[in-house]
Design a protein around this ligand. Structure first.
Ligand code: G6P
Ligand code: MN
Length: 432
């Protein structure tokens, strides 16, 4: 079986490669617009146990032709683009974050046209391939690609499975044996039940146990009082919504944004590893660890400045989600995963073709969402609002429609004025 990675010079490609060792993938094709990054990543792969044969593609069509699976993991504009998308809103006093708030909308606006082009080329040269979208903002980007590829594109994220596994461990259960009800949009979802093999829901007991709640990432972020009042465990990215004042303060007062940190960190890694290919793997490992340890540092600073535990780092990983998904499709053996797929009636208030993030059954025919319990009004309200933002973002990028872009920004719950949205849009397009 042949797998293609678009964004083959991406920092996380070695994780995926490592997960492929011993799998049914016999050929891995890498494609990237940046030859230096691609060269560095190839040197990192050389330091790993041998996996599939690696081929470097000359162009997009060459990369796609003959692929059974395509992982789309690109960053349009690179980390410099991320810095820009996060800084422009912050200068207006509203949150700029890779996938949340005005920053997420700006990142979506720059990414959707490229993602759509990729989807069109897949439809033309590899119509039978399955596309697994890693590219953020994953909900918006998958929504755009699905307008061309339908159910052949599936979006993934590792934060929902990370939450399930951390909550299961905190409740004293084996994360591999629990079942669960998780629903929402990408980076905007809720874990509403966690069921042990004997059918007991472990969530009420976990919410009642302050010590257990204080033992894992989401418990520490949201705090016992709010989690009990809410009655569910939110995705970590909901911290920016529920604690908007505290998280915005933390982001604004931090020395550098996450994008700036990564721009420096990644820039240094790629430069040093290009100079010392023999040390590329070792440099990558150290950089990866530092990246994981500093993840969501602003949110942690806003809640007391604690460190991430090693078991919080063991979420489930993009690589594992992607590989499980790919295997379930290729082998036809069932798997249950939280994925970004078309709604198809799961949340009756949303259109059937809107991408939602929910528990899916996967087999040779692809991923189908499982029925889920009805959403509470507050959760449904947020989902509807954010879906309108995502769809306006896609419309703006698709039709180069400034009014749609203004709607996308101004309707975001973390943007407090259309005048602010308009200035953000002007600043973003002036520098673009
Ligand atoms: C989580 C999110 C991803 C994000 C990643 C890295 O896993 O679910 O969508 O890409 O963190 O975030 P970072 O800030 O390190 O780029
Ligand atoms: Mn994600």
């Amino acid at each position: 079986m042949r797998l293609t990675i678009l964004g083959g010079g991406g920092f996380r490609v070695p994780l995926v490669y490592g997960a492929l060792v011993g799998s049914e993938i016999t050929e891995l094709t890498l494609y990237d617009t940046d030859p230096v990054r691609l060269g560095v990543i190839r040197s990192v792969l050389a330091g790993l146990p041998a996996g599939p044969r690696v081929r470097v593609a000359e162009g997009l069509d060459d990369a796609l032709r003959g692929a059974d699976f395509v992982f789309s993991a690109i960053r349009v504009g690179g980390t410099a683009g991320r810095v820009h998308d996060e800084r422009v809103p912050l200068a207006e006093g509203v949150l700029g974050q890779e996938t949340v708030g005005a920053g997420g909308v700006l990142y979506g606006l720059r990414t959707v046209p490229v993602a759509l082009h990729i989807a069109e080329r897949v439809a033309a040269v590899a119509p039978d391939a399955w596309v697994i979208n890693f590219t953020n903002p994953a909900g918006t980007v998958t929504e755009a690609m699905a307008s061309v590829l339908g159910d052949r594109v599936i979006g993934i994220c590792d934060s929902p499975v990370g939450l399930v596994r951390r909550a299961a461990r905190a409740a004293g259960a084996d994360p591999d044996t629990v079942s669960y009800d998780y629903v929402g949009l990408n980076h905007l979802g809720w874990l509403r039940s966690l069921t042990a093999p004997d059918g007991r829901d472990l969530l009420p007991g976990l919410l009642a146990d302050a010590t257990a709640l204080a033992s894992f990432e989401e418990g520490k972020l949201f705090g016992t009082e709010w989690l009990r009042a809410l009655g569910a465990l939110p995705n970590e990215y909901l911290h920016y919504y529920y604690f908007r004042r505290e998280t915005l303060d933390a982001v604004r007062t931090a020395e550098e944004t996450r994008g700036e940190f990564l721009d420096h960190q990644q820039g240094e890694f790629f430069a040093r590893a290009a100079e010392h290919p023999d040390r590329a793997h070792e440099l990558w490992e150290a950089t990866r660890l530092e990246r994981e340890e500093t993840y969501m540092a602003d949110s942690r600073a806003a809640t007391g400045g604690w460190q991430r535990d090693s078991c919080d780092l063991d979420g489930g990983g993009y690589d594992r989600v992607a590989l499980t998904l790919m295997r379930a499709i290729a082998s036809g053996e069932g798997a249950r995963l939280i994925l970004n797929v078309r709604n198809a009636g799961t949340v009756p208030a949303l259109p059937d073709d809107a991408i939602v993030e929910t528990v899916c059954e996967v087999d040779a025919r692809g991923a189908r969402p499982l029925p889920c319990a009805p959403l509470g009004e507050a959760e449904l309200g947020l989902m509807l609002q954010l879906k309108a933002v995502e769809r306006a973002t896609v419309e703006a990028a698709l039709f180069k429609d400034r009014e749609a872009a203004l709607r996308a920004l101004a309707l975001h719950p973390l943007v407090d004025s259309p005048a602010v949205a308009s200035r953000i849009l002007a600043a973003a397009s002036a520098d673009a």
